[in-house]
Design a protein around this ligand. Structure first.
Ligand SMILES: NC(=O)c1ccc[n+]([C@@H]2O[C@H](COP(=O)([O-])OP(=O)(O)OC[C@H]3O[C@@H](n4cnc5c(N)ncnc54)[C@H](OP(=O)(O)O)[C@@H]3O)[C@@H](O)[C@H]2O)c1
Length: 326
């Protein structure tokens, strides 16, 4: 085992250019932890928030960015029973994925589904954990319900469309171009709404309203989401790309028995993340292994060009997931 590794660090809060190559000590796994020799690392919007200084790592987590990776177990800590050195895994990480080696809790790693490459496997955990917990546990989506997910071409959106469709929901989504809308419909969305040309509120009301909305936009979308919900509908907020503050008439929430909720994944307890992983293994990994659903891959960047990967993500030109080859 080498003593040091290549990694990408955030040199100061700022734009993509603050992501710079560095050399760091190889981390040592503690009790219940595994050390992964990272083959590919996933890039997610929360990494950009962290880079800009708006999403601090939780206590004890690496300060390096990177919330998911795929690779091979290189070392195990005391009390690790699930994995042995040499096992191929994909994993949710508390941070530190933009590196040759990364630590995670043994119960936050999953086997690589049959037929998936390391690059595809690296693109799974952050979005699948997030979609599972917010759409199916918190949002209680059921077969036959009308589900609206905003940002349909994002990593989260492409995952949510496929999973909700596979579970028998009717899927509606919004995206910012005709190409993105076509990609969303190819993944199983019944209707992808180009929000630059059409009003999702009117379209959802014409369908009877959405039973569940998964939203990452917030801002002006909050009152519009409330109007787009069916009676007894649920709105689950996972980000506020347009801002978290807004004027909202809560009488609608009361009169139409709406639920507004939300969550973030990273600060949740190890036990909560382990429960999500167990659900994914039981209910979602078979869908991936059978090819019924597949991560949508946008582009692979070399680790050293993490700045280029962030610039592409923040241009919003991408469809699906961006990953780094370590
Ligand atoms: N709560 C959690 O636990 C959790 C976990 C993971 C991710 N997230 C959040 O979920 C969101 C999606 O994550 P991701 O990694 O899938 O991101 P992503 O691939 O970068 O997608 C974000 C998409 O949002 C759309 N968008 C709509 N309004 C926007 C605006 N005002 N500014 C920028 N983009 C806008 C863009 O598509 P168009 O061009 O079509 O507008 C863009 O492609 C992010 O906000 C992220 O922070 C939350």
């Amino acid at each position: 085992m080498p003593q040091t590794m290549r990694a990408i660090e955030i040199t100061a809060p700022g734009g993509p250019e603050v992501l710079q190559p560095c050399t760091r000590p190889v981390p040592v796994p503690g009790s219940g932890q595994i050390l992964i020799a990272v083959d590919h690392a996933g890039v997610n919007r929360p990494d950009a928030l962290q880079r800009a200084g708006n999403y601090a790592p939780p206590p004890g987590a690496s300060d390096l960015p990177g919330l998911e990776a795929a690779g091979v177990v290189a070392a195990i800590g005391p009390d690790v029973t699930r994995w042995k050195v040499g096992d191929a895994v994909c994993a949710l990480l508390p941070g530190g994925g933009y590196a040759q080696y990364a630590l995670t809790h043994q119960d936050h790693a999953l086997p690589i589904p049959d037929g998936l490459s390391m690059a595809e496997a690296a693109a799974l955990c952050e979005t699948f954990y997030t979609v599972w917990t917010n759409v199916f546990l918190r949002g209680r989506l059921k077969a036959g319900e009308r589900f609206l997910v905003h940002g349909g071409s994002s990593g989260i959106g492409t995952t949510a469309i496929q999973l909700a469709h596979a579970m028998g929901a009717r899927v509606f989504t919004t995206a910012g171009s005709a190409d993105k809308c076509a990609a969303c419909e190819a993944l199983g969305a019944e209707r992808a709404i180009n929000y630059r040309e059409a009003d999702f509120v009117e379209l959802m009301q014409a369908e009877g309203g959405a039973n569940l909305i998964l939203d990452m936009v917030g801002g002006s979308y909050l009152p519009r989401n409330v109007r787009a919900l069916a009676d007894d509908g649920r709105l689950v907020q996972i980000a506020f790309l347009e801002g978290p503050k807004v004027e909202l008439n809560f009488a609608q929430v009361m009169m139409r028995r709406l639920t507004i909720t939300g969550s973030t994944l990273r600060p949740q307890s190890d036990a909560a993340k382990a429960d999500i992983a167990a659900d994914l293994l039981a209910h979602v990994w078979p869908l991936l292994a059978s090819g019924r659903i597949k991560p949508v891959m946008d582009r692979v960047f070399p680790l050293e060009d993490a700045a280029g990967a962030h610039a592409r993500m923040e241009s919003s030109a991408h469809i699906g997931k961006i990953v780094l080859k370590v």
